[in-house]
Write a protein that binds this ligand. Structure first.
Ligand SMILES: *[C@@H]1O[C@H](CO)[C@@H](O)[C@H](O)[C@H]1NC(C)=O
Ligand SMILES: *[C@@H]1O[C@H](CO)[C@@H](O)[C@H](O)[C@H]1NC(C)=O
Ligand SMILES: *[C@@H]1O[C@H](CO)[C@@H](O)[C@H](O)[C@H]1NC(C)=O
Length: 299
């Protein structure tokens, strides 16, 4: 009898452990510029929302640095390649993520998490959701988010000085995805981050192999985005070279036609999702987020 009791208890424990292990896929969030891991009005509320909608899910909101202030400042002044290496290490060390995770990047966090997928396939990223990410970079920040005007003024000052100056590339995050359509050659040669992950400079076949391991990529574009120029960048579109009015889209780009990252293959397999949200940059409603992101990609 005692043995049976133990056996039952044991199976129950095994069942619980298994449902924990095989339970909801964890979620990793990467905040945008001017924001931090744990702002109760942004990432904090998203984390809470996901936890409420997906029971028992583990949500990790990435903090780049040792505290919230460092995290915010690093979003402007810590080399993006360094940030991505730091995140790869954090993810590899987190035992709860080892069976895979879904990733949601907000604004610049979108292109950063794509870089994580391309450079660091372990632990495996299952779905990648980019919310207002700038996958072909930006050529203009009409407005700067966040509350700190001092930081925004410094970003503008440095970009005006010259985004492709080596010293600025090394330390200004926004210069590292600054894409000047009047100077495509310089961009290709000098951009230490975006040109690299978009296979514009040297080709790295591993980037394609790794990105193809992601099951689904969802790209959210804000239809009235007043912060990202051009907003088409959120779907991998950009200005045609030599001007800043007309744009091309992903399907028309070399990245796609030569399938340098596997996006064509993914699109043809129905694994690439173009989502549109009404409103300005990151101004989605809770209902929109639940029905388009949580229910489709996190459950
Ligand atoms: C290609 O990318 C992988 C993953 O980041 C890296 O380990 C490798 O060194 C890169 N290869 C080249 C030639 O840069
Ligand atoms: C803005 O950031 C700067 C540089 O980190 C800091 O010195 C300043 O106190 C911040 N201002 C506000 C209003 O938070
Ligand atoms: C790009 O534009 C072409 C021509 O208008 C269209 O057929 C295609 O679906 C568009 N692709 C994307 C990704 O929007």
């Amino acid at each position: 009898m005692a043995d049976d009791g133990r056996l039952t208890l044991c199976s129950f424990v095994v069942f619980l452990t298994l449902s924990c292990v095989l339970g909801q896929t964890p979620v990793v969030l990467w905040h945008g510029m001017g924001d931090s891991c744990c702002n109760p009005l942004s990432m904090g509320s998203i984390k809470g929302l996901i936890e409420k909608q997906v029971s028992k899910v583990y949500v990790k909101s990435l903090e780049i640095g040792d505290n919230i202030e460092e995290d915010t400042i690093n979003g402007f002044f810590l080399n993006a390649n360094t940030q991505i290496s730091m995140v790869c290490e954090m993810l590899a060390k987190d035992s709860k993520l080892q069976n895979g995770y879904n990733a949601i990047g907000f604004s610049q966090g979108g292109q950063f998490l794509r870089a994580v997928a391309q450079r660091c396939p372990n632990p495996p990223m299952i779905n990648l959701i980019s919310v207002g990410g700038q996958h072909q970079g930006v050529y203009g920040f009409p407005r700067c988010p966040g509350v700190n005007e001092t930081l925004c003024d410094e970003v503008r000052r440095l970009l005006n000085l010259g985004a492709y100056i080596d010293a600025i590339q090394d330390r200004l995050v926004q210069a590292e995805y600054w894409h000047d359509p009047m100077n495509e050659d310089e961009y290709r040669k000098k951009s230490i981050f975006l040109a690299d992950i978009n296979q514009e400079n040297k080709m790295n076949a591993t980037y394609k192999t790794n990105l193809l391991k992601v099951k689904n990529i969802a790209l959210v574009k804000f239809l009235d985005d007043g912060m990202v120029q051009p907003r088409d960048s959120e779907w991998f579109g950009f200005y045609n070279p030599g001007q800043a009015k007309t744009v091309y889209n992903l399907t028309q780009s070399k990245l796609y036609t030569q399938d340098l990252l596997g996006l064509k293959q993914m699109n043809e397999a129905g694994r690439l999702h173009f989502l549109a949200s009404p409103g300005d940059h990151l101004q989605f409603t809770e209902e929109w987020f639940i029905s388009n992101i949580v229910n489709k990609f996190l459950k």
